[in-house]
Ligand binder design. Structure first.
Ligand SMILES: NC(=O)C1=CN([C@@H]2O[C@H](COP(=O)(O)OP(=O)(O)OC[C@H]3O[C@@H](n4cnc5c(N)ncnc54)[C@H](OP(=O)(O)O)[C@@H]3O)[C@@H](O)[C@H]2O)C=CC1
Ligand SMILES: Nc1nc(=O)c2c([nH]1)NC[C@@H]1CN(c3ccc(C(=O)N[C@@H](CCC(=O)O)C(=O)O)cc3)C=[N+]21
Length: 287
């Protein structure tokens, strides 16, 4: 069996082409260039690269960007004040706070300060709750990107035994919830899970979101599974060991070129949706 490559890079290029047209139409009609604001706290070099990739994507489709870099010792109150000012700025249509923030900061309090209409990265409790209950919200960018990639390849998730390894608020948990919304039977694994290889061996679809390079071994994964590697480490290494998967899985995401580009195109697409919502409906609120 030769696996289908779930090529996130090429789908993202197509998405970006249509976004480019949408953005230029919007600017023509309104005279306003919508902005994605990015906030990076601290000096972690890989986080700086990820933020720059998002800024570059804004420019490719014609969106404006505002890059805010704050020192490592920033307090929760200082970060909240920055988010407040971006919430009040009409030209800012999306706010991305890069995770993780330094440990002295209450990350969820900062995420939750982002206006729901500007939560294009899908990180607020409110947005997560709405998504879980099947109501409109901008979904968390990475799992939403994965769902788009699966839908594009017409993967029917109904009844599949899905295993998500990782339960972070930006990735594992919303991923599990989105798969559940599509009627998969979902198991969530984490650092206290017992018998991980055995649980993974029963998966029809596995999502790796652990944050440890090649932590999930190819040998744990059954033949014919759908393999989604959401992990990303410098140098283009995922959380799942690829090994023989291209020959014996049903479909898999490459790293690089799989989930990463889908995260970025989803973030940008949700920012464009937010701008359309405000400028063309005359109403910033969908909720
Ligand atoms: N490609 C992309 O667009 C993106 C990629 N990423 C990548 O995805 C990965 C995960 O990111 P993120 O969710 O933010 O990471 P976090 O560190 O926030 O979460 C990691 C999760 O993995 C679990 N875990 C850790 N060790 C084990 C273990 N030994 N066995 C089972 N589970 C374990 C943790 O469990 P517990 O909760 O018990 O601690 C936790 O839930 C990273 O590689 C990151 O770079 C992230 C966002 C976007
Ligand atoms: N609030 C928040 N939202 C995030 O979405 C978020 C975050 N914080 N913190 C860090 C992680 C990491 N992340 C990546 C996104 C794209 C690629 C990506 O596009 N990678 C390319 C790499 C291309 C190359 O190697 O140059 C690929 O996989 O093909 C990687 C990593 C988003 N994250």
């Amino acid at each position: 069996m030769k696996a289908t490559v779930l090529d996130g890079k090429s789908l993202s290029l197509d998405i970006e082409s249509s976004l480019k047209i949408k953005v230029s139409n919007l600017i023509e009609k309104t005279g306003i260039t919508p902005v994605l604001a990015t906030i990076l706290v601290g000096d972690d070099p890989s986080s700086a690269i990820y933020v720059q990739m998002k800024v570059n994507a804004c420019h490719r489709v014609g969106l404006g960007s505002r890059k805010i870099v704050l020192p490592q010792e920033t307090s929760t109150a200082e970060l909240l004040a920055v988010i407040d000012s971006l919430n009040q700025d009409e030209s800012v249509r999306g706010i991305l706070l890069q995770h993780p923030v330094p440990p002295q900061i209450d990350e969820q309090a900062c995420f939750d300060r982002i206006d729901l209409d500007k939560d294009v990265d899908g990180v607020t409790c409110h947005g997560f709750g709405r998504m879980s209950f099947g109501q409109f919200s901008y979904g968390a960018a990475t799992p939403s990107g994965v769902m788009k990639l699966l839908a594009f390849h017409e993967v029917n998730l109904s009844g599949l035994n899905a295993v998500v390894v990782g339960r972070s608020t930006i990735l594992g948990k919303p991923m599990a919830q989105m798969l559940l919304n599509e009627n998969a039977t979902v198991t969530i694994c984490h650092s206290r899970t017992k018998h991980l290889p055995e649980i993974i061996s029963r998966a029809d679809l596995i999502v790796g979101a652990v944050g440890k390079p090649h932590f999930i071994k190819s040998a744990w994964i059954k033949d014919g599974a759908i393999v989604i590697d959401a992990g990303y480490h410098p140098g283009g290494i995922g959380d799942i060991e690829v090994s023989t998967l291209p020959e014996r899985s049903l479909a898999y995401t490459p790293v690089p070129g799989g989930v990463g580009p889908m995260t970025i195109s989803t973030l940008i697409s949700q920012t464009v949706d937010s701008a359309y919502q405000l400028y063309l409906s005359g109403d910033g609120s969908r909720h």
